[in-house]
Design a protein around this ligand. Structure first.
Ligand code: NAD
Length: 456
């Protein structure tokens, strides 16, 4: 499989792809290795993750450059991802032991009865992953899965293979046995081959379309399935905000990583009274973004990772224009080698347009005028997705009232495009099933076992 640099289309390298037979062999080795791994004291497994954290620190710049080269993420944003990962690892290192400890929930001495819960690893799990934040979305799964005593077959995205292989190498160097964490290389057909093995769970990050196929496979097998899928995340700007500050924050939430974040702001609703001022300030922000070589320190917008997304963005913009949308900046691909699209703002957008209904996953945003909270809430909820949603206002009670009515896994007041290791990351509807992060996202890689113990 050829690995391309999305900034210029050049081939970076070739990698060997797994075959059905090699996937099967990897599965069998993982199955054989898992019981010993699960039998180690948790402190030993945690020590390997602490070692992984140290290696990430030591290799930081080289890893950031590989990530930028293969996915096109601007170098400063690649470094940010690695820095953020260290914080997530610290959370798992600090919380896992307590969270996975067995618990006696009844100790009835008179009846000599004890009731206990323990957290058993699932066994061998598949982690099929996305490319947009490979360190984040991967480690949210494989780190707690390994700590809990599972073996992991890890299928990085075909667009982030080199990063996936670096992750495997660092885990192995940190003491995770090669058969306990096994990278599987290839595209969707290789992912499908992984799921033909009798794994005990599948943890997927990617698109709704692929997620449906994976859920169908897992459903037939009766295995645990977890899906972290896409979004069409809305922000509502109320009339009482500092317009310039809100425009700057939301422009960053929409265009960071070139809009290729699952929780990127994908549509904006603005209160009528400040609509025009907000749109003007927002367009100023977007025009000021520095577009260019992602290896350049000053670059904020680089190439898109996947060539195919350019056609999606063109179609959304053309349809919006036809239906009355006003393209205030951008709207077209940038004519140079690689996958480039101008940061694009479409005002006068509405829900007839796919721009406001389907995930754009690129540097394109629609803005719609609204007439008060009721209309804003109705429009924010008018989506099959439900990953995140946010409101900007000075009024705390109003914000909380609005957010209480929103159907989404995560809600934001005066912030957006934010993930915390301490909070569960989950979606409603087409945004997915299950969760990662928080202490729930540690227990999710285990099954609770109930012990009824009566002494003689
Ligand atoms: P994708 O669905 O195209 O691919 C995801 C993974 O699935 C890849 O590794 C791919 O090779 C594999 N795959 C494809 N077809 C398969 C099949 N039939 N069987 C098994 N595996 C298969 O998604 P993508 O382009 O990598 O990622 C972008 C999407 O991911 C966006 O929709 C984004 O919103 C979403 N995402 C969600 C989160 C979240 O936390 N909710 C985080 C990051 C990305």
């Amino acid at each position: 499989m050829k690995i391309h640099n999305p900034a210029n289309g050049a081939v970076i390298t070739d990698v060997d792809v797994d075959t059905s037979a090699s996937v099967r062999a990897k599965y069998h080795r993982a199955r054989a290795a898992q019981p010993h791994w699960a039998g180690l004291p948790i402190k030993k497994r945690l020590a390997t993750i602490a070692g992984f954290r140290d290696r990430l620190g030591a290799m930081h710049e080289a890893l950031a450059r590989t990530l930028t080269e293969e996915v096109g993420k601007p170098i400063r944003q690649s470094r940010n991802e690695l820095n953020g990962l260290a914080g997530r690892l610290d959370f798992f290192l600090a919380e896992s032991q307590r969270t996975l400890r067995g618990e006696t929930v009844l100790a009835d001495l008179d009846n000599k009865l004890e009731e206990r819960i323990t957290h058993e690893p699932l066994g061998v799990v598949a982690n099929i992953s996305a490319w947009n934040y490979p360190y984040f979305v991967g480690s949210n799964v494989f780190v707690p899965a390994l700590i809990a005593g599972n073996a992991v077959l890890y299928k990085p995205s075909e667009y982030a293979t080199l990063t996936g292989l670096s992750i495997a190498q660092m885990l192995h160097e940190s003491g995770v046995p090669e058969d306990v964490f096994t990278p599987v290389v290839g595209d969707g057909s290789t992912g499908a081959a992984v799921l033909r093995q009798p794994v005990d769970g599948v943890f997927f990050t990617g698109s709704y379309g692929t997620g449906r196929k994976i859920a169908a496979t897992a459903g037939r097998r009766m295995i645990k399935v977890q899906l972290e899928l896409g979004g069409k995340d809305p922000i509502y700007i109320c009339e009482d905000v500092d317009v310039k500050a809100a425009a700057a924050a939301v422009a960053d939430g929409a265009f960071y990583n070139n809009g290729q974040s699952c929780c990127a702001v994908e549509r904006i609703y603005v209160a009528d009274a400040i609509h025009d001022a907000f749109v003007a300030a927002f367009v100023d922000e977007v025009r000021a973004f520095r577009i260019g070589d992602p290896m350049d320190e000053a670059t904020y917008i680089g190439p898109l990772t996947r060539p195919g997304q350019i056609a999606v963005l063109k179609r959304q913009v053309a349809e919006a224009s036809k239906l009355g949308g006003r393209v205030l900046t951008g709207g077209t691909p940038i004519e140079r080698r690689g996958n480039w699209f101008r940061p694009t703002v479409v005002a006068n957008a509405d829900h007839r347009m796919s721009l406001m209904r389907e995930e754009s996953f690129g540097p394109v945003i629609g803005i719609q005028r609204v007439d008060g909270d009721e209309e804003a809430v109705a429009l924010m909820n008018d989506t099959p997705y439900g990953l995140t949603a946010g409101v900007y206002t000075r009024a705390e009670k109003r914000a909380k009232r609005i957010l209480a009515e929103i159907r989404a896994g995560t809600v934001y007041w005066n912030c957006c495009d934010r993930v915390s290791p301490r909070l569960p990351w989950s979606g409603v509807g087409h945004s997915g099933l299950g969760l990662t992060l928080s202490t729930y996202g540690i227990q999710t890689f285990t099954r609770p076992k109930a012990w009824h113990l009566r002494s003689a």
